[in-house]
Design a protein around this ligand. Structure first.
Ligand code: COA
Ligand code: AMP
Ligand code: ZN
Length: 432
């Protein structure tokens, strides 16, 4: 039964009892990995020391760097012969991170996504279209399997090709769409160009938006434009992908599924828990995963736990919409990018100096990254400069998966701040 109503309706004390039992099981499972065996030994703790939720704080944090250091299979808690899928995201130093799944993990992931979609009123009979990238992007297969599990006709339209995307919406009678918030604006713009009024000419009524920070104002504008109710969806590859936390029909905070995750909010500097209700870094422990359990994973996402009960009656905690990151990760077009990835590519070109500037804009519903980089020496060889720009663009696209606009500028022309180069300017409107 995919909906697990018995888990969705747990009371606080039932949630805590289940989490305690699952945490102990997870810690035992972690001892199958060399990584956690070493971590526990170094911290002088034994798996049996973790007896209650209050013992969680004794376990060291797990970081993205730990995942990179264990690349590719060092964190597998099951024999590789039981792993049926991996997802990988790009790293900051060329080493990606890898997340492994058993068949049970994939089933539970699909169940979680189905639960989210059911929560906002979707049912068999709905037609669900997914405009996420497929492949390694977890928003693709994550929503695909979740929507199928719920029994909806599911259209794997994938990213891009907006006119075709709109044709699918009108021809198939799509009622529910998953799109990242910035792409929802692009869809509306192209609908207008095609003379399509989403309220009159489509059956769209539910939009799932996530994968990048967005404001309440942005959500309301998208709802107005497309004539839909839009629900915030939060997830990350390290925790499977979508299905981690999701808004209910109250649209006031995202219920995080506590039968899958234990939530902590910590100060990103001291790493101590923040006072109740305050913003800090989200730390998650997986308690329903076989292949790659993660203990106290530092997500780097900043949020807070909303106080009080949700009128919908669910007791799973609610996260406030994400407030930003405690690292320098950029999210553009639903793709995660670290400035160091760009720097690493640029520094391989002998013709380029050390200073560069990344500018993010979203003119006319088109998200854009412009990379300006200083030349080491003046050149008026137009053909050479053109070829260089093309090659830098190609290599950047390979590394960061989106196409930036590259501009070569003369030495000393980029702005400096107190002697230190300014690396990223985010000029996107209505971000958070
Ligand atoms: N989702 C869907 N389509 C998108 C998109 C997004 N986040 N961002 C851009 N697009 C569309 C563009 O509108 C364009 O189509 P159109 O010209 O028919 O309108 C097409 O994709 C190419 O975009 P462009 O900006 O020219 O290319 P790029 O090389 O910079 O980016 C993408 C390439 C779009 C393939 C890449 O950004 C991507 O895969 N994004 C989706 C990531 C994702 O799914 N994240 C969710 C994780 S849960
Ligand atoms: P990925 O691992 O590629 O799925 O990216 C995960 C990251 O995307 C998260 O750690 C967040 O920074 C961001 N993200 C995902 N969903 C949301 C959301 N609903 N709101 C804001 N940021 C989000
Ligand atoms: Zn609720």
């Amino acid at each position: 039964m995919y909906l697990h109503p018995e888990f969705e309706k747990l009371t606080r004390s039932e949630i805590e009892a289940l989490q305690t039992e699952r945490l102990k099981k997870t810690v035992r499972q972690c001892m199958n990995t060399e990584f956690y065996r070493r971590r526990f030994a170094e911290s002088h703790i034994a798996p049996d020391d973790i007896r209650s939720l209050s013992d969680l704080g004794r376990i060291p944090f797990t970081t993205k760097q730990d995942l990179r250091d264990s690349y590719p299979f060092g964190m597998s808690a099951v024999p590789l012969s039981r792993v049926v899928r991996l997802h990988s995201s790009s790293g900051t130093t060329g080493t990606p991170t890898v997340i492994l799944h058993t068949q049970r993990d994939l089933d539970e992931w699909a169940n979680a996504v189905a639960r989210c979609l059911y929560m906002v009123g979707l049912r068999p009979g709905d037609i669900f279209q997914n405009s996420s990238g497929y492949g390694m992007f977890t928003g693709g297969l994550g929503f695909q399997y979740g929507a199928e599990r719920l029994g909806m006709l599911t259209v794997p339209a994938a990213a891009g090709n907006t006119k075709r995307q709109i044709k699918f919406i009108t021809d198939f009678g799509t009622t529910a769409l998953h799109a990242i918030p910035s792409y929802a604006g692009r869809l509306y713009e192209v609908m207008e160009e095609m003379g399509i009024d989403p309220r009159r000419d489509t059956h769209l009524r539910t939009l799932i938006i996530g994968a990048e920070p967005h404001s309440e104002e942005q959500r309301r504008r998208i709802e107005q434009m497309l004539g839909v109710k839009a629900y915030n969806s939060f997830g990350m590859s390290e925790m499977c992908g979508p299905g981690v936390a999701f808004e209910c029909t109250e649209q006031n905070g995202l219920h995080i599924w506590e039968d899958y995750y234990i939530v902590e909010i910590v100060d990103p500097v001291t790493l101590e828990p923040v006072p109740e209700g305050e913003v800090g870094e989200l730390v998650l422990t997986t308690i329903n995963r076989e292949a790659m359990p993660l203990l106290r994973y530092r997500t780097r996402d900043l949020t807070r736990i909303l106080p009080g009960e949700c009128p919908c009656g669910r007791h799973h905690l609610r996260l406030d919409r994400m407030k930003g990151r405690s690292d320098d990760m950029i999210i553009l077009k639903g793709v995660n990018i670290f400035p160091i990835q760009i720097e690493t590519v640029l520094m391989q070109f002998a013709e380029l100096g050390n200073d560069y500037l990344i500018t993010l804009t979203n003119e006319e519903a088109n998200d854009l990254m412009t990379v300006e980089v200083e030349l080491k020496a003046f050149s008026d060889d137009y053909h050479r400069l053109q070829a260089l720009t093309k090659e830098i663009t190609r290599q950047l696209k390979d590394e960061i998966l989106i196409t930036p606009v590259v501009r070569l500028v003369s030495k000393g022309s980029l702005p400096k701040q107190e002697g230190k180069a300014v690396r990223v300017r985010d000029l996107r409107k209505t971000l958070i």
